[in-house]
Design a protein around this ligand. Sequence first.
Ligand code: GLU
Length: 381
Amino acid sequence: MRIVVKLGTSTLTGGTKRLQKAVMVELARQIQELRRAGHQVILVTSGAIAAGREKMAGMESQTRTSSSANAADPRKKDENLIDKQVLAALGQVYLMSVWQSLFEIHNTLVAQMLLTRADLEHRERFLNARDTLLGLLASNVVPIINENDAVATAEIKVGDNDNLSARVALLANADLLIMLTDQPGLMTADPARDPSATLLRELDTIDASMHAIAGGSVSGLGTGGMATKLQAAQIARQSAIEVVIAGAKQVDVLLKLVAGGGDGTRVRPLASRLESRKRWLLSGPQSQGRIELDLGAVEAVRVNKKSLLARGIVRSDGEFERGDAVRMVDLNGQSIGIGLVRYNSSELSLIVGHHSKDIQARLGYSVGGVVIHRDELIVFG
Ligand code: GLU
């Protein structure tokens, strides 16, 4: 399974002003265990701004006289956007250095991807981000993602890491999104006000009543709350991704949730994975493009579920851009399926029939031998 795990600031700091390494050690161990069992895990981590405050407060208290040191409250009430950007830039390296050292214990490499909404909405950038993310997973590296807070103004920001994690789950075509938080999940009422509130364990739909329960709830240190978690769950479930919102403090929480157990709110996906992928492919940018496959390529794609390589293509018709959905046909012109191309039509015309290793020489660059990846194509019939 491909799993996106989202950890909020309150989880990572345990509600304190510092990153709680004990919590992070434990989560890294569980992620490692999931990976050992054959799952792929992408981590969406908050905590950069909180980590920045921690570092800044540490520095200030070192330079201050001992009499005023205890006055240091790292959360300044009048922190503005620039302060937050500064703190994020400062804290992000610290946050990553902690994750890196924890995964290093398991001989595992981590990589950092800092994204903004603009990266996920601009098609070229979306595709680049996706290639990198999938490339990291293929290389057995744990991608660790946060919003690029240092450059992200309100206009280009996703704004909270709950929504970011849902978009990352879409980007990665994940099977499961786990959002860990300081609440046990979505409750029937605000437990702080109503002691009889109980956990909603299974949601088949997300409607106005749930948004009303979640209200504007915001946990102490991060940006999100239950409201943004529901928004995120809505985005993910519409793309057939299962979502669980759960309390981070349960023992072996990730292992239990992935095995289908544990406590939390499970949000059932709207459609099957295949249906959703078909819809996703078919709803993409329309193109009049058509590529003709030789017999071997038809068999590779249809029977062996392989990616389509340039050398299996006989010719291409019509104009299309990288990322467009293009029809695949056999030598008789019969439709085989549809898929997203990694080269545009003029590039493709120069490489059809050629071996993957010749692409670089023919184009002067290469994004690999795969013209349509098997994860991005559907075969008819
Ligand atoms: N990107 C922010 C951080 O790392 C957190 C955003 C959020 O809490 O949702 O500090």
